[in-house]
Design a protein around this ligand. Structure first.
Ligand code: IPM
Ligand code: MG
Length: 347
């Protein structure tokens, strides 16, 4: 099975290197790896953040392990050349519409959470985020108002088929968990959200066994901090899911801990930590590789059918944490490589 490695920018290469070591240790020569440039790193060499060769590799691979993109050197480029367009382009070109972002607290990290331990302990949820639509992909631009003032605009929209397909992923995810689905929207203000809510309710008739609730996104942000234990599965749009998953990560200990899977309808997937390229700490060995290692575990589970191996990775991460493995984001001093070493030793 072929794995595309797309390390990208900032801390991406450091964390992908550790996850690759873990994959090699667990799955050995059943996997082959090919690396390609993506993001600002690709722009600097090939003049484009998602060069054709990278997209080709992503298409032909059985799964993709992605680091991060984002580079302050590129912030002044035209939008279509910025590093972030690489991940957006991959999600769109490969129809990776379903983003699963599990957030749970490893008990050893209760102290690292931004919440009180007894509140943080309850966290065990999956955020199902839509990835192919919303304000991310609507018409956007800069224009002048009638009085000549600059105006930026981004159109938010969802059609009913897009909502229905992600809603089904939400219901299916809830079905193999605690059977509770909370759909997050802003239906009190946005038409896009009103359609979202209507369609989620329609689809719910296919899932009578699932307990469906609805929550406005502002309330959801508040509830994530007040009582995160109430959530089992959250299904939401691209923008709200982006924001709420960063928030959930700090509730669960650190943004350095949260993995994600972006899947198409055939379970082909791109796997990446939810954190970004963190240019401020790039190249210093300070990055926590656990989110990427856990993403590699999700890859084995969801796209490659290697469930026992995925369990081994998760158990090794838990054991490493129990043994005191702590990178700076978790209040410790271990380097990226030492964190990787500790997980390898725990396997
Ligand atoms: C994420 C990131 C991306 C997003 C950026 C890098 C475009 O924040 O995966 O959460 O907004 O989706
Ligand atoms: Mg994000």
């Amino acid at each position: 099975m072929l794995i595309a490695l797309l390390p990208g920018d900032g801390i991406g290469p450091e964390v992908v290197a550790e996850a690759t070591r873990v994959l090699k240790a667990v799955v050995g020569d059943r996997l082959t790896f090919e690396t390609a440039a993506v993001g600002g790193a690709a722009y600097k060499v090939h003049g484009h953040p998602l060069p054709p060769a990278t997209l080709d590799l992503a298409r032909k691979a059985d799964a993709i392990l992605f680091g991060a993109v984002g580079d302050p050197d590129c912030d002044k480029l035209e939008r279509h050349l910025r590093p972030e367009q690489a991940i957006l382009g991959l999600r769109k070109e490969l129809t990776l519409f379903a983003n699963l972002r599990p957030a749970r607290l490893f008990p050893e990290l209760a102290d690292a959470s931004a919440l009180r331990p007894e509140v943080a302990e309850q966290i065990d949820m999956v955020i199902v985020r839509e990835l192919n639509g919303d304000v991310y992909f609507g018409e956007k631009g800069m224009r002048k108002t009638a009085s000549g003032r600059r105006e930026g605009y981004d159109i938010m929209s969802y059609n009913e088929d897009e909502v229905a397909r992600i809603a089904r992923v939400g219901f299916e995810t809830a079905r193999v968990r605690k059977g509770k689905l909370c759909s997050v929207d802003k239906a009190n203000v946005l038409e896009t959200s009103q359609l979202w809510r209507d369609v989620v309710i329609e689809i719910s008739s296919e899932y009578p066994d699932i307990e469906l609730s609805h929550m406005y996104v502002d309330n959801a942000a508040m509830q994530l901090v007040r009582n995160p234990g109430q959530f089992d599965v959250i299904v939401t749009g691209n923008l709200f899911g982006d924001i709420l998953s960063d928030q959930a990560s700090m509730c669960a200990g650190s943004i350095g801990m949260l993995p994600s899977a972006s899947l198409d309808s055939a379970q082909k997937g791109l796997y990446e930590p939810i954190h970004g390229s963190a240019p401020d700490i790039a190249g210093q060995g300070k990055a926590n590789p656990l989110a990427t290692i856990l993403s590699a575990g999700m890859m084995l589970r969801y796209s490659l059918g290697l469930v026992a191996e995925a369990d081994r990775i998760e158990a090794a991460v838990a054991k490493a944490l129990a043994g005191g493995a702590r990178s700076p984001d978790l209040g410790g001093r271990m380097t990226t490589t030492q964190m990787g070493d500790t997980v390898l030793a725990a396997l």
